[in-house]
Ligand binder design. Sequence first.
Ligand SMILES: NC(=O)c1ccc[n+]([C@@H]2O[C@H](COP(=O)([O-])OP(=O)(O)OC[C@H]3O[C@@H](n4cnc5c(N)ncnc54)[C@H](OP(=O)(O)O)[C@@H]3O)[C@@H](O)[C@H]2O)c1
Length: 270
Amino acid sequence: MFWSFLIVTLVLLLFIYIAGRLKPKSATLAQKHVVVTGGSSGIGKAIAVLAAQQGANVTILARNKLRLEEAKTEIQGHLKPNGKVQSFSVDLSTNYDDVKKCVTEAEEKFGPVFMLVNSAGTSVSRSFQDLDASEFKKLMEANYYSAVNATKASIDSMVEQQAGRVVFLSSQAGQIGLFGFSAYSASKFALRGLAEALQMEMTPHNVRVTVAFPPDTDTPGFQHELQGKPKETMLISETAGLLKPQDVAHTIISDSLKGEFTSYQGIDGW
Ligand SMILES: NC(=O)c1ccc[n+]([C@@H]2O[C@H](COP(=O)([O-])OP(=O)(O)OC[C@H]3O[C@@H](n4cnc5c(N)ncnc54)[C@H](OP(=O)(O)O)[C@@H]3O)[C@@H](O)[C@H]2O)c1
């Protein structure tokens, strides 16, 4: 009994050691091109600011031109001496060719994309019966197809460089389905399936994929989600607290650079 326990423990320790050795070394963002979808607001903007602080050249993509300009000015204030920032107004959810055109133009100016952070998205929280049927399609387009389009537009150059990082912003509601999130959870679960398959395909090319599962985070998007949120959803969400976008951004960038597949916040997320 003692000997079998010892052997199993030793094999486990050896496995953990080998798995640790196989992990890629943590990358850095200095002088690399980082593209952040939804970089004009909330978590995406906090990620763009952090990338700028770490020496990256940053491209932000979103639709509203005024908010993009304001975010660009804010990010400019965080750039390292040779750092650059640019923005493109595009609806990521609908036309792949438009997205590809923006990414190609962004790469012509800042070089091949090293890190793509898919933060563009939106949320509606209602009971299934109160949700309009059109909301399911809308959330799938904004949260899932936006990420598919931006990733397809960026992945070839990562494979060519044999280096890269792709991050998908799922949600705690993408780990488990929650009351009031039937449409939102489905779109965030879809990202997880996409990420798992993509990681398998990208491993030989040294491109690491990360899925982030943040809980409630204090952003304009979260404030919008509060409108019409069922009481039950409020009570469930309150148990996980409300995070600052800067803290979420820090965890996501750090996990992605380390090549972690999952990125979560605190004990709840784990
Ligand atoms: N805040 C939270 O509590 C929380 C928790 C877990 C996960 N998340 C996820 O984290 C991501 C960011 O959330 P957030 O709260 O930071 O949101 P936010 O403040 O509303 O920002 C969303 C960003 O996405 C852009 N966007 C939305 N739809 C787009 C489209 N079709 N094409 C291009 N850009 C689009 C928005 O700009 P335009 O409207 O100008 O296009 C904006 O820049 C989302 O995917 C969200 O689901 C958020």
